[in-house]
Design a protein around this ligand. Structure first.
Ligand code: HPA
Length: 277
C-alpha cells in the first residue's frame, strides 16, 4: 500500500508517537481535540494521498498527543461519501490510523433521533448499525475476498464483526463510566444513509420500522474498515435533532453544530474518562 507508506513517512517527520487510541470527531465535535496534551497537529491537506475534506464545521487535521498518559490521535474532519469521496477514500483515515498502531477506535457522530425517547442532546452508544447504502469499503479488497472465502485473518474479523462491530465489553464499561459521572446515556442502532439530503418523513417511518434508533451520514464505513483492520470499536452518537417529520423544525446543519457545542462538557468528561480507563 504505497499511499499509506507515503502518508506515514510524512507524518513520521513530525511525530514518532504510536497512538494506541484513535478518535474520529463528528460534526460540531471538533473542539474535543482540545483535550489532547502536548498536541502535534498536522493539516490533513499536507499529508500525501489524504483525500481533501469539504464540509463546513470540519477542519481537516490529525492531532497527536496524550490523555492521562495514553497516546492518542484525534481525527478532526471526517470524510463523507456524500462529499463525493469513494467509500474507499472516505475510510483512508482509518487505514492510516491502523498503520500508525491504533488498536482502539472511538467514532463519534451527530445523528437524527428516531427512537421516541431521544431528544436533541441525547448521547447514544451505538450497539449495532444498518447499512442503508449497501456500500462497503472492503469490496474488492484482499480482506473482503479472504473474508468471503472463509479463511485467514480477514475472515476472523468478518465473522466476529458480523455479530459485533461495536465492542460490547468496551460499551458496557463506557456506560458505567457515564453513570459514575452522572451523565445519562442511551444505546441503540444507527442507520447509515448516504446523504447529502436529509431524509424524507416517509423514509424515517420506514427506518423506524426496520429498527433504527438514529440516522446519520457517516461512521458505518469507518467501523467496517476498522474491524477489518482488527481494531476494537466504540461508537457514540450525539442526537442533534429529531429526524425528519418527528419534530416541528426543518432540519438544518446549524442546528446540528449548535447541539454539538451544547453537549460539549458532558462529551469532554466522557471522552477523558474513557481514554483514561
Ligand atoms: N439525518 C441525517 N444525518 C444527520 C441528521 C439527520 O437527521 N442529524 C445529524 N446528522
Amino acid at each position: 500500500m504505497p499511499e499509506l507508506h507515503q502518508a506515514l513517512s510524512h507524518i513520521r517527520q513530525f511525530t514518532d508517537l504510536n497512538p494506541s487510541v484513535g478518535l474520529i470527531l463528528g460534526s460540531g465535535l471538533s473542539m474535543l481535540a482540545d483535550l489532547v496534551h502536548d498536541p502535534v497537529s498536522l493539516e490533513t491537506s499536507t499529508i500525501p494521498n489524504y483525500p481533501p475534506s469539504t464540509v463546513e464545521g470540519h477542519v481537516g487535521r490529525l492531532v497527536f498527543g496524550s490523555i492521562s498518559g495514553v497516546s492518542v490521535v484525534f481525527v478532526q474532519g471526517r470524510l463523507h461519501v456524500y462529499e463525493g469521496h469513494s467509500v474507499s477514500n472516505a475510510t483512508f483515515p482509518v487505514r492510516l490510523l491502523s498503520a500508525l498502531g491504533v488498536r482502539r477506535l472511538i467514532v463519534t457522530n451527530a445523528a437524527g433521533g428516531i427512537h421516541p425517547d431521544f431528544k436533541p442532546g441525547t448521547l447514544m452508544w451505538i450497539t449495532d448499525h444498518i447499512n442503508w447504502t449497501n456500500m462497503n469499503p472492503l469490496i474488492g479488497s484482499r480482506k473482503g475476498s479472504v473474508a468471503r472465502a472463509g479463511a485467514g485473518a480477514g475472515a476472523a474479523a468478518q465473522n466476529e464483526s458480523g455479530n459485533n462491530y461495536y465492542d460490547s465489553e468496551w460499551t458496557n464499561r463506557a456506560r458505567a463510566i457515564g453513570n459514575k459521572l452522572g451523565i445519562s446515556t442511551s444505546s441503540g442502532t444507527y442507520l447509515w444513509t448516504r446523504g447529502p439530503s436529509y431524509e424524507t418523513k416517509a423514509e424515517i417511518q420506514a427506518f423506524k420500522l426496520i429498527g433504527a434508533d438514529a440516522v446519520g451520514m457517516s461512521t458505518v464505513p469507518e467501523v467496517v474498515q476498522a474491524r477489518a483492520c482488527g481494531m476494537k470499536v466504540l461508537g457514540l452518537s450525539t442526537i442533534t435533532n429529531l429526524a425528519a417529520g418527528l419534530g416541528d423544525n426543518e432540519l438544518n446543519h446549524e442546528e446540528v453544530l449548535d447541539v454539538g457545542r451544547q453537549v460539549r462538557s458532558d462529551l469532554e468528561r466522557l471522552i477523558l474518562a474513557l481514554i483514561a480507563d
